[in-house]
Design a protein around this ligand. Structure first.
Ligand SMILES: [Zn+2]
Ligand SMILES: [Zn+2]
Length: 239
């Protein structure tokens, strides 16, 4: 092999080196979760209500809204709000099939969970939507999270019995009605502590429906693991 060819090989690593998922620069020594140290700054910790996961001004056991009407789950863990760069990364994962994002996002979320549930499950998609998309993003996340946390993953705990129209334009009551009977619990889980995984939790209506199905069969503790917790405009106005 000529010296010229060897020199060419020496140069390869600079452009083959793993790149930051956001800025595309080569990952440095302090890189974490697939992001360079500069891009890590986007993920500064925010004080949140441990029950609903919405941002709070001070550290608290429950925000005013949760004290007034507590959710049916015990704790909600999330990485952040649905805004850049999380929104961008989730979009790449969900619509551009960048499945490696699931692993890095799951690792970041897993590091915030101190007492993991022994059993994880995911929000099911209706079979038609799953067939159209080719995968269930919540299932991929739950799988990666279960691996990180050393928990079991059950992909078939729930079935979505019917496709439901988009929730965004509906009021809270319409949403609840829209989802009534949309899900079914396929078997009684063997663990009394379960976590339900989704990519983005906005209204919480889907999670409430799934929690009620678990509470009906005597599950004692339910946690929610999601990448983003996004408030609705009405949440922000409620004292
Ligand atoms: Zn970067
Ligand atoms: Zn709260």
């Amino acid at each position: 092999m000529s010296l010229g060819v060897i020199d060419a090989f020496k140069k390869i690593p600079t452009w083959l080196a793993p790149a930051c998922a956001l800025c595309r620069l080569p990952l440095d020594n302090q890189a974490q979760y697939g992001l360079c140290s500069a891009c890590q700054a986007w993920f500064a910790a925010t004080v949140r209500c441990p029950l609903c996961g919405l941002p709070c001004l001070t550290v608290t056991d429950a925000c005013g809204q949760c004290l007034h009407s507590p959710p049916p789950w015990q704790r909600l863990f999330c990485i952040g709000d649905y805004q850049f760069p999380l929104s961008h990364m989730i979009h790449q994962f969900k619509y551009q099939r960048q499945f490696w994002q699931a692993r890095d996002l799951a690792a970041r979320l897993a590091d915030t969970i101190k007492q993991p549930a022994p059993l994880l499950t995911a929000v099911p998609l209706h079979w038609r939507r799953q067939w159209y998309r080719g995968f269930n993003q919540s299932e991929l996340l739950a799988q990666a999270l279960a691996q990180q946390l050393g928990s079991q993953f059950s992909p078939t705990l729930f079935t979505r019995r019917r496709a439901t129209p988009a929730q965004q334009s509906l009021t809270k009551q319409q949403r609840e009605r829209n989802l009534t009977g949309a899900f079914e619990l396929n078997q009684r889980p063997t663990h009394s502590h379960i976590a339900i995984v989704d990519d983005v939790v906005t209204t919480g209506s889907t999670m409430r429906q799934l929690c009620h199905l678990l509470l009906e069969v005597g599950i004692e503790r339910i946690d929610i693991y999601c990448l983003c917790r996004t408030p609705e405009p009405s949440d922000l106005l409620t004292p």
